[in-house]
Design a protein around this ligand. Structure first.
Ligand SMILES: Cc1cc2nc3c(=O)[nH]c(=O)nc-3n(C[C@H](O)[C@H](O)[C@H](O)COP(=O)(O)OP(=O)(O)OC[C@H]3O[C@@H](n4cnc5c(N)ncnc54)[C@H](O)[C@@H]3O)c2cc1C
Length: 473
């Protein structure tokens, strides 16, 4: 009998599996695909490597949950610090998001002059600095008693940030700036969207400040592609079943049967790294199915459209760009592209003289459901994005040696999910409405960006920390 069966090797699954193994528990990690990392993985196509979704790594610094977990596992990643973290290009205005707040302020003041910038951005900086200093909270909604305990554990955070928690971000910003021009608002919206996954009008100011201040933390490029991080993180796990989808999980009295096409494993506990929106398909037990159904309403159908390119170029590119235009791209939810380049010297990732490029934009899963128009829309949007990226960053079409696109359907085919970016923590979907890492079902746990705390490395890792607490390990 194994102690923990972990289904899925995304940030959440890989980290908790490595931690449990390091603690001496008999742990088995299952991954559907041959490569690890899910939305943060690296895959190979036409002989070139690409990061699937995530390209920026944040939170590897003292006091942050990512470093705390890696230290507990005994894993030290190989990283290259990036500063600026992102270069934002918006109507020919170039704004580097430097880690140093004063350096960043010089750029923002030059591009979008305003007397309030100094006060506003120092406040954003301070909120980010002090947020990660508050520790000790715990979140469970597996019972009413646990709900009450969670609320108490959140009191220090709620008291410290009370004036931002219940204030709508858009109202707060408009009130602070008074006369805000549309162009600067678009800059703020685009920055918030990539981290919070929701627009300013739907979130509180604490969430907005954490999103806007993301780049004041240390940010990193991962050499060799993101999957190298997962390979290192999970290196010591003895039973790591790649290319092994879990097909069914059967609840017995005091354990679970975890079924793949080849074997059935008995496990005392199951940790799912699958989304809350599709995990019901793994079970037949009506109580478990009903549990998942209760969270169906959190599915915002938000997702990503991706363009992957390998280009041959001697030019120097930053690691990450955000390209903002005035109008929303057709078949998407956004006017901003996030563009990432491999490091010029990273020949483990892209051949010498080449760059691996990942471009993403927010879309809605429902735009891609119609089989008749699917291919036309995909081709249209792919070509639009190629044109924008080439025009803005000065890349010639003949420098592109490989290119293809992916839609929410592509994500579903490979990593079993079409909703991406997890649960946006909006004013409507705030604690205690979010699913916690434990469930009312004995021995069944969850981790990943559709449960507490949120998406991305820092968000998912706060969930891993919480999972440790609710499992008492
Ligand atoms: C386009 C894009 C860009 C992003 N950029 C960034 C970024 O730059 N920085 C950042 O921090 N975050 C970024 N994010 C967010 C971040 O990538 C995700 O929040 C995070 O990777 C989700 O991790 P997770 O633990 O939820 O697992 P997931 O990534 O959802 O992985 C789940 C894993 O489970 C596997 N699986 C599913 N079903 C089964 C089954 N039945 N059996 C076995 N295995 C199964 C899947 O194959 C997958 O590998 C980005 C996300 C996207 C989509």
């Amino acid at each position: 009998m194994i102690d923990y069966a972990v289904v899925g090797s995304g940030i959440g699954g890989s980290t908790i599996a490595a931690y449990l193994h390091a603690k001496g528990f008999k742990t088995v990690l299952f991954e559907k695909e041959p490569y690890l990392g899910g939305c943060s993985s690296t895959f190979e196509r036409h002989g070139y490597k690409y990061n699937t979704g995530a390209t920026t790594f944040v939170g590897y610094e003292d006091g942050h949950p990512v470093k705390q977990m890696f230290d507990a596992i005994g894993f030290t990643p190989t990283l290259i610090q990036t500063d600026p973290a992102i270069t934002v290009i918006h109507n020919q205005k170039v704004t580097p998001r430097y880690q140093n707040v004063d350096l960043f302020l010089e750029a923002i003041q030059a591009n979008y002059p305003h007397a309030q910038h100094d006060t506003f951005w120092h406040m954003v900086y301070e909120i980010n600095r002090s947020f990660y200093k508050v520790h000790g909270y715990y979140y469970s909604n597996a019972s009413i008693l646990k709900n009450i305990l969670s609320l108490f554990s959140y009191l220090p955070l709620a008291l410290k940030f009370r004036k931002y928690l219940y204030t709508n971000a858009m109202e707060f910003i408009l009130d602070m700036y008074k006369d805000l021009d549309d162009e600067y608002l678009k800059f703020l919206e685009a920055q918030v969207m990539i981290v919070a996954q929701a627009p300013l009008k739907e979130i509180n100011f604490l969430t907005a400040a954490l999103a806007l201040g993301y780049t004041f933390n240390k940010t990193y490029y991962v050499p060799g592609g993101f999957s190298t991080l997962f390979d290192g993180l999970t290196a010591s796990i003895e039973i790591l079943n790649r290319a092994t989808p879990v097909e069914k999980i059967i609840k017995q009295n005091d354990h679970y049967l975890v079924c793949t096409s080849k074997e059935v494993y008995s496990a005392k506990n199951v940790i799912l790294n699958t989304t809350m929106f599709n995990s019901d398909a793994l079970f037949e037990n009506p109580q478990i199915k009903a549990f998942y159904k209760s969270y169906e309403k959190l599915n915002n159908h938000q997702s990503s459209f991706m363009l992957y390119m390998t280009i041959k170029s001697d030019a120097d590119f930053e690691h990450h760009y955000q390209l903002i235009q005035d109008d929303t791209y057709r078949y998407t939810l956004s006017n901003a592209l996030f563009v990432s380049f491999s490091d010029k010297n990273d020949i483990q990732f892209a051949p010498k003289g080449h760059y691996s490029v990942t471009v993403s934009i927010h879309t809605d899963t429902r735009y891609w459901e119609n089989n008749v128009t699917y291919k036309i829309k995909k081709e249209y949007l792919k070509n639009k994005l190629i044109k924008s990226v080439c025009d803005i960053l000065g890349i010639k079409k003949e420098q592109i040696v490989d290119q293809f696109a992916a839609t929410p359907k592509t994500f579903a085919r490979y990593i079993n999910r079409s909703q991406l970016g997890g649960n946006a923590i909006t004013m409507k979907n705030f604690l205690p409405k979010l699913p916690s890492n434990d469930t009312p079902i004995q021995g069944l746990y969850h981790v990943g960006d559709t449960v507490y705390a949120a998406q991305g490395w820092p968000g998912v890792m706060m969930g891993v920390e919480n999972l440790k607490k609710v499992m008492h390990v």
